[in-house]
Write a new protein. Structure first.
Length: 305
């Protein structure tokens, strides 16, 4: 079995740089370069093996709630209903047997050591959803895109109670992009009643980052009161204080703010900020998004060269 130090940054770079080049048309830049995007910073972070024990505990969903509460003791977290070890779970059908007691309940299942793959359990799980969850939960996710904070983590599925919302929808997700305890941007993800919508807002005023993003909120979007949004920003600031860059995800539940997750390498460096032009190529919205984050990074961490 490989040790984390066996996969050094040079090997990791060689394994995944081509995907970065395909997306952005150039090699990754060091984050101190004045032309670097936030994508460059994320790329150079994810290929390094030197992640701290705290960072690793925050990206493992089976330990993240306790770790996050150590940074913000009053944090509200969704109730964990079960942690399923993937040892001995040899197939999607075997995983379905372990999830059966939770079908029909207001609950979700997630791979503990991977991004994506969330399955809502209130209704019968589709085969493709179950297969994706099994695939993510039973592999070493670090080897997909060399996000080394996940390397060698125990393979588990976490089942937790769904954050309560009005009606049957999923809670709106507020993703705070933070630099050393300063929330710079907040991406709001709305997926109520199947109508998906996202937009990046600038902090502290929660105004649209880029007026030219072409995004119009659907009628189903219900904006929280300003005091609730400011409370979310304060929680994100506290959780992000030890880290030079992290995304803090919080849910706006009907009865309060809930912890979602913390992500140090969003979209494995390939993400593009949402706009009407889509998320598959460079846009003016993404330039504004990246510029805001890298200006803060260069101001607080390392001046550009």
């Amino acid at each position: 079995m490989q040790n984390q130090t066996d996969l050094d940054p040079a090997d990791n770079y060689a394994a995944v740089a081509a995907m970065f080049v395909e997306k952005f048309g150039r090699d990754p830049l060091p984050p101190e370069n004045r032309d670097a995007l936030i994508n460059d910073l994320i790329f150079m972070r994810m290929i390094r093996p030197d992640w701290s024990a705290l960072q690793r505990s925050l990206v493992d969903k089976s330990t993240a709630k306790v770790a996050a509460a150590s940074l913000y003791p009053d944090l509200r977290v969704p109730e964990t209903l079960a942690v399923i070890s993937m040892d001995g779970v040899s197939s999607p059908a075997a995983l379905a047997e372990r999830l059966a007691p939770f079908i029909g309940r207001d609950a979700v299942a997630k791979p503990a050591q991977a991004s994506g793959g969330t399955v809502f359990l209130k209704h019968p799980v589709r085969d493709e959803e179950l297969h994706q969850l099994f695939d993510l939960a039973s592999r070493d996710y670090a080897l997909v895109m060399r996000e080394m904070q996940y390397f060698g983590m125990p393979k588990r599925v976490v089942v937790e109670r769904l954050v309560p919302t009005p009606g049957d929808g999923t809670p709106d997700d507020f993703k705070f992009h933070c630099i050393y305890g300063e929330p710079i941007l907040c991406q709001i993800d709305h997926a109520r009643f199947g109508e998906r919508w996202s937009r990046v807002m600038r902090l502290p005023g929660f105004s649209p980052l880029h007026d030219g993003d072409g995004l119009v909120p659907p009628a189903s979007v219900i904006w929280p009161e300003r005091s609730r949004m400011e409370e979310m920003a304060a929680i994100a600031a506290a959780l992000s204080r030890p880290f030079d860059y992290v995304r803090v995800d919080l849910y706006n539940g009907v009865d309060g703010i809930y912890f979602g997750e913390m992500t140090f390498t969003p979209s494995a460096s390939l993400g593009i900020a949402p706009s009407a032009a889509g998320c598959h190529r460079m846009t003016d919205t993404h330039r504004a998004y990246s510029g805001a984050l890298m200006d803060a990074y260069h101001r607080k961490v390392a001046p550009p060269v």
